[in-house]
Design a protein around this ligand. Sequence first.
Ligand SMILES: Nc1ncnc2c1ncn2[C@@H]1O[C@H](COP(=O)(O)OP(=O)(O)O)[C@@H](O)[C@H]1O
Ligand SMILES: O=C(CO)[C@H](O)[C@H](O)COP(=O)(O)O
Length: 556
Amino acid sequence: MAQDKYVIGLDYGSDSARAVIVNAFTGQEVASAVKYYPRWIEGKYCDAVKDQYRQHPLDYVEVMEFIVKDSLAKAGPGVAENVVGMSFDTTGSTPVFVNEEGIPLALLPGFEQNPNAMFVLWKDHTAVKEAAEINELARKWKIDYTAYEGGIYSSEWVWAKVLHVLREDEAVRKAAYSWIEHCDWMPALITGKQKPLEVVRSRCSAGHKAMWLESWGGLPDEDFLTTLDPLLKGYRDRLFRDTYTSDAKVGNLTPEWAQRLGLTTNVAVGVGAFDCHMGAVGGEVTPNVLARAIGTSTCDIMIAPYEEIGDKLIAGICGQVDGSVVPGYVGLEAGQSAFGDIYAWFKRVVAWPVENILAKTSVVDAETRAKLVDEVMDQIIPQLSIEAMKIPVEESTIIAVDWMNGRRTPDASQEVTGAIAGLKLGSTAPRIFRALVEATAFGSKAIVDRFAREGVKIEGVIGLGGVAKKSPFVMQTLADVLNMPIKVARTEQTCAFGAAMFAAVVAGVYPKVEDAQKAMGKGFEKEYQPIADNVKMYAQIYQKYVKLGQFTEKEM
Ligand SMILES: Nc1ncnc2c1ncn2[C@@H]1O[C@H](COP(=O)(O)OP(=O)(O)O)[C@@H](O)[C@H]1O
Ligand SMILES: O=C(CO)[C@H](O)[C@H](O)COP(=O)(O)O
């Protein structure tokens, strides 16, 4: 019998990263490990009031070493030496400035504590002004470089972010040579191909976030960038012309990284991509099916055959890119800038006395106090869900809008804000929580409706990600609001699993990712069916959501 071969999929989410070791022949999950980013979880380098969210490169490196070694230890003997491939997915656009050697500036002396020298996380919205300038210039330019990115450039994306940091920070400006996305830096680091012009760049990040298009000759031309701001002079030449889909190999693990991770230099490392794109692959996406990674945010992915999409431009989404999901298809991306993050925000609001009064009380000893606080914090969302679920839909008289972190799709605007209306003295925490869950579902419906309006047929919905797994309440509400059945992917870590499928292709186990999907895929664990009575009621409540959104967009 042939020796088993193993692959590792690494998924870098907003708060934590996980590694999954998978048998490349059978798709059996052998072991996994997860770890929160240590500096991030302490709230370092972030300022929510300013919409500033930065992540230190050391968080990514330390977590990688831990999760790979921990999962290998759990896998037991005979696995490490037979790992043949490794691929990454990360959040995005999450770029960092690097020096000529490709080293993120925060790893250099003098920059260790400078948030501008760190990765600018996708949800950082400090570059709203720069995004508006990009949109204004693109409208007037001979080529509308935003055309394949839904027609609106967002402050979540790389050019807005790098321009903002260049303007804000003279020290970074002087030290910076180029920039790199998180999904490209991880493979570059461990294969020793870190120099900016040697980095094998992802089609997914370049196409969806950097206005890269093959037929334009790659990135927007120098003239466009320097008209935007002369500070961008020379960057285009210090970046890339070509990009690669995730079935391509970056290189092999270097001896140093093989040793640090407990693997061998036989490990082939694949081109990275964004979490939801690999998640869609792990969730076995097919044409006309919307795969939704539902976690902190949502990222909604579809794939379309060339002959179906042709030259059609889909307005108001986060881009359509050849090969960004499955090579050989156009990948379409949309999403909500906050989904589970809205529940997390409400949890922080209701938990204010827990974190600020209970956490300081002297009524109990320190150990008991810490346990109490932890237990209350952990139980808030699950308990609110249980209570909110008991409220009949017809009593859903509180209406909320889900733009607490801006609106990613349809029609990106990070300037819009969230809202809660219809409050009364009887509006309890579970009732408000229910309204927030409904608002996140209504935000999803706005996306589905936009795809339909643009002529993209959706025949099925797949749910993956933390919320899809953890919350039957949210998923049932979503099925009712969308009036569509939703299948939930069986694999525990669908994004990491998708990365593992790509790793199997990169390592030569399968010629195409579709073959890896067939052999390794685990199917679905559950299907939520819309409940007809709820569907009718939500169709009416949705109109109120739309009106409230129009009001806040205009007046707030
Ligand atoms: N029981 C729950 N019901 C609904 N949402 C939840 C629940 N538990 C956690 N969440 C939300 O899940 C989100 C994290 O999703 P997850 O997919 O695990 O992470 P990430 O988005 O970083 O990949 C958080 O925003 C959190 O508020
Ligand atoms: O915008 C993205 C991809 O284009 C982000 O990577 C994604 O939304 C991150 O979210 P999460 O933490 O929910 O996985």
